[in-house]
Write a protein that binds this ligand. Structure first.
Ligand SMILES: Nc1nc2c(ncn2[C@@H]2O[C@H](COP(=O)(O)OP(=O)(O)O)[C@@H](O)[C@H]2O)c(=O)[nH]1
Ligand SMILES: [Mg+2]
Length: 194
């Protein structure tokens, strides 16, 4: 079975934990506190295959946009969430994108920009702005509401489908070996000069 590491990122209170909660328990709570377990597993069935997604949620450290390096390591999919009721969270998407790029130089990853809280009133404009930003960056775009459940299945199925493309075990073994060689060579050559 294909395994994929899916990381929830985005500014605080955008609904990252609520999205995970919807996926796992199909429920919505007005106040969820993100403490305790931050790592979840779920098997997602697609037409021809099952994908085991390992979902990493953050617990408040996203407030400082400094999530631990272990979140980025071997990450395949980033679900980058903004809140359709708060424009600043869409502006933050640029910072999150830069952070992902800096931290995932060697990973093969993909990003799904997720516009959450689409059930709220007056969100049309931000929903559209989000779509334009997704086009600008070349990301997939998904609207969601944890309150109504809209878009949640689509979001995680998208993540699973993208994972298959990224993590095919025998995708390109030669490239994989070359990538490993580069990994080992860099620190060794640094050692040599100092
Ligand atoms: N109306 C509405 N509220 C939401 C939605 N998703 C999350 N919330 C609320 O937004 C707040 C923050 O959600 P949370 O999952 O803790 O955000 P996180 O900090 O990104 O993990 C909570 O009060 C949620 O109930 C949504 O789709 N619609
Ligand atoms: Mg949370």
């Amino acid at each position: 079975m294909i395994k994929s590491k899916v990381v929830m990122v985005g500014s605080i209170s955008t609904g990252k934990s609520a999205l995970v909660n919807r996926l796992l328990h199909n429920e919505f709570k007005e106040s969820v506190s993100t403490t305790g377990a931050l790592y979840f597993k779920k098997s997602i069935s697609l037409d021809n295959s099952d994908v085991m997604v390992n979902i990493w949620d953050t617990a408040g450290q996203e407030r400082f946009k400094s999530i631990s390096k272990m979140y980025y390591r071997n990450a395949n999919i980033f679900i980058l969430v903004f809140d359709a009721t708060r424009p600043e969270t869409l502006r933050d998407v640029r910072d999150w994108t830069a952070l992902i790029r800096e931290n995932c130089i060697e990973e093969r990853y993909d990003i799904i920009l997720t516009c959450n809280k689409c059930d709220c009133e007056g969100t049309e404009q931000l929903i559209n702005e989000g779509e334009r930003m997704a086009e600008e960056f070349g990301f997939d775009y998904q609207r969601t509401s944890c309150k109504t459940g809209d878009g949640i299945t689509e979001l995680f199925e998208k993540a699973a489908r993208k994972s298959i493309k990224l993590v095919q075990p025998s995708n390109d073994p030669v490239k994989y070996i070359e990538a490993k060689k580069v990994d080992v060579a860099q620190p060794a050559s640094k050692k040599g000069c100092c």
